[in-house]
Design a protein. Sequence first.
Length: 440
Amino acid sequence: MKKRSYLFFAVLLIGAFLLNACAPAAAPTSAPPSAGTEAPAAQAQPVTLEYWVFADYGSGDAGKLQETFISEFEAANPGVKINMSPKNDDELTAGITAAAASKTLPDMYMQSDDMGANDVKLDALANVYDMWTALPDSYKSQFNPAMVADMTPKDKTMWGMPYTGYSSFLFRNLTVLKAAGIDPAEKVTTWDQWLEQMKKIKAAGYDALPNMALAYNDFVAMYSGVANDSQWGIDWANKKTNIDPDAYAKLVKFLMEAKKYGTDIGNRDQAAEDLFKSNKLAYRISGPWTNVPYADAKKNNGLDYDYVVLPGSTADNPAGHRGDEFIGISPDSKNKEMAWKFINYVCDEPQMTRWATLLSRYNSNMVTLSKVNDSLLQITTEGAKSGLMVQPPDFNQAYPAGYTQAILDNMAQIESGQVTPEDGAKQLVDALNKLIQENQ
């Protein structure tokens, strides 16, 4: 079990227990005066807030719920208009970079914590520390302390409000497993056990696993199964990568073995999803968002699937990666106080509970997580217990350009036989250290 993640989950459970134990069952979460729930009052001047959101948060049922939150806030704050603009990940990253340079950032936007350091470097985030400390303790105590700490990398500095999160786990096509003579109830907790199942799947004429060496986040999810927090991320103080060469070599050997029973198609390719839904692929590693098309396929075409914790090299070290998400404010916004007021409203327990109940989405609100009983939310929470963060430490310093690609290129070299896993691991560590030192 990863040390950081163990503490994170322990704090979450203890905090949720204390909140439930100390508060009357029917009592609502105390909200700050700025939460937007007070009786409508006339605004001195009309205010328009531009709001960029993740594409999947701004469409479908999620988008409808976001619109509901916006309508409620606008009704409670006459004169306020909020324009929501959904953006996919690449569009969001490019948009923030361009808007920061031209001073045309939206008033507020959603973002992943692993991009936080980059946005700070771009001067795209306002420091909300004073606004956060001004909130009542009854409101602030709702939030997971580890996620709050991630947003506050140094004294008197906070880069946004902790919002949602994600983790990865293993989707299993039960039709394929049964066709290969595998009992879905058979618990698989180690890579060796998993490989035995993969062999049976391939022998039965199916593919086991997509290629997990083509995308950085897929690499993190798998590396997590052989490494702990101290063997991951960047040690900025000593200007070196924390990647452990022995753990890395062990991972690459496993991926090379697994590839014998899988497909060259990348895990994130649409083709991999199509193979899974058409009962030709046994496993897919992803997060809660992938359950949306699979649930539709189950309803419309009878797809038989489930999800479990991703096996690791040993039973006590499950794999998977995790990330947190936040809502930040532009330093150039002329309406920071109103933007903060809206963010407070969206992140308060009543809204986050509606969010988690409808969408099974993991989030920063411990009160919500203690209330909502949902299998998808539970597996996401389980994945977060052991998953490595994508690019720790967040909000500290942006990773050097080429860092993630260097890892993928190195895995490709080992896989093609150009270098042994052990020599490749040493070469990778040397290359990453050089990139870090040149970035200082």
